[in-house]
Design a protein around this ligand. Structure first.
Ligand code: 5AD
Ligand code: SF4
Length: 375
């Protein structure tokens, strides 16, 4: 297949997803990078990821922190720990934080998040103009009142992946009960959008039972929902989950990596001015996976600022190595890579792309989706 044959309708997307020709795949990634630069520039924006808790009321069949996994050691960060992580993010001029955790609807947890959002907003930052940190929440499905309370407290982006836009596939990878309803999830996304959040979504790539048609439909779902930001990434197995234990087949690591990059590239062509995250799940499949994602059209990286002791317990999937993000990207940015020998933070290892200007970093900026601003 040639790039000039590519069409962005369902059939064209399927043909592109199925094409294994390395020359086509490389040309597609380069074109997506070009389209990104043309519409939103070379900047990558950073969100310090705070994994607040691995306690979850849900039981998704693919996820290592599902409630039914008795082998998972549970933790919850204290308010002090969350604030310390946010301060670290601010000090490193990440500009924004993401608070992510298992889905909980108990009122103690909801109030804690409200207090934390307000406290993070009140932190002094080193961001440009002394602007407070931008806050993204990723805490699952919640009643409208809860979304409203958190929005009023000062959070403005919410990430709720649809996981798969195909209701049949959604059903195959979730327990069959009211807590895991596809329709409720769609409703939650709709609620967030209506309330004025920048509502992001996304799906896993390379799941058991997933077809190229499903992946094409995921892309068309993002377009139809008019999502201002997307965080999608390869499925990676966790050995203690029912999905892995069922023995259901899924594509090997190298194929899931290629698919993950290709989905970023195709999405960039479909939606040129949205924010697209280069997922941590890519880094599990390749030591510079997130950098490859940026070169394929993504523009957001979420360096992990969770304390290490708890980070290792946030095992959505098996981590091959602990993803240690550089504690000092400014220094690395100066080209002193020796301080980052064991560090897989892209800005330490991708020296070349930083030096030649293919990638620049929006330190201290919120980096909101241009797509959302243009509405
Ligand atoms: N592989 C990849 N991503 C996963 N997630 C959960 N389990 C896995 C897995 N095994 C993702 C889900 C969820 C996000 C927090 O983590 O898409 O939305
Ligand atoms: Fe909980 Fe999210 Fe994991 Fe599902 S994917 S079990 S909601 S943390």
């Amino acid at each position: 297949m040639n790039l000039s044959d590519l069409t962005l309708d369902r059939d064209g997307l399927i043909a592109a997803i199925e094409c294994t020709d390395p020359a086509f795949n490389e040309a597609l990634r380069q074109e997506a990078y070009r389209v990104k630069v043309e519409h939103i520039g070379t900047n990558v924006y950073l969100r310090g990821l705070i994994e607040i808790s691995n306690i979850c009321a849900k039981n998704c069949l693919y996820c290592g922190i599902r409630s039914g996994n008795t082998a998972c050691q549970r933790y919850e960060l204290s308010e002090e720990e969350v604030l310390a992580s946010a301060k670290r993010a601010a000090l490193q001029r990440y500009g924004s934080v993401v608070i992510q955790g298992g889905e909980r609807t108990d009122s103690a947890f909801i109030k804690k998040i409200t207090r934390l959002v307000k406290a993070i907003k009140a932190l002094e930052t080193k961001s440009d103009g002394g602007r407070p940190l931008g806050i993204t929440l990723s805490l699952g499905e919640q009643p409208r009142e809860v979304y409203q309370e958190w929005f009023d407290a000062g959070a403005h982006r919410y990430l709720l992946r649809i996981e798969s836009s195909n209701p049949d596939l959604y059903r195959k990878i979730h327990p069959q009960d009211a807590r895991h309803s596809y329709d409720r999830r769609i409703q939650a996304l709709q609620d967030l959008k209506e309330m004025g959040w920048q509502a992001g979504t996304g799906a896993m790539i390379g799941l058991p039972y997933q077809t190229a048609g499903d992946m094409a439909d995921d892309l068309l779902f993002y377009k139809q929902f008019d999502a201002p930001m997307i965080g999608m990434g390869p499925y990676n197995p966790n050995d203690e989950t029912p999905l892995t234990l069922s023995g259901a087949a899924y594509p090997p690591d190298d194929v899931r990596l290629q698919l993950g990059l290709k989905m970023i590239a195709l999405l960039r062509l479909l939606m040129p001015d949205i924010n697209i995250a280069s997922a941590t799940a890519l880094e599990v499949l390749h030591p510079r996976g997130r950098e490859l994602g940026i070169l394929a059209g993504a523009n957001i990286i979420m360096p992990n600022v969770t304390p290490e002791e708890q980070m290792v317990k946030y095992n959505l999937y098996d981590r091959k190595t602990l993803l240690r993000d550089c504690p000092n990207p400014d220094e690395a940015h100066k080209g002193e890579n020796h301080i980052c020998k064991n560090c897989v933070f892209p800005f330490c290892t991708l020296g070349d792309n930083l030096k030649n200007g293919k990638i620049t970093v929006g330190f201290g900026q919120w980096g909101d989706s241009k797509h959302f601003q243009s509405h």
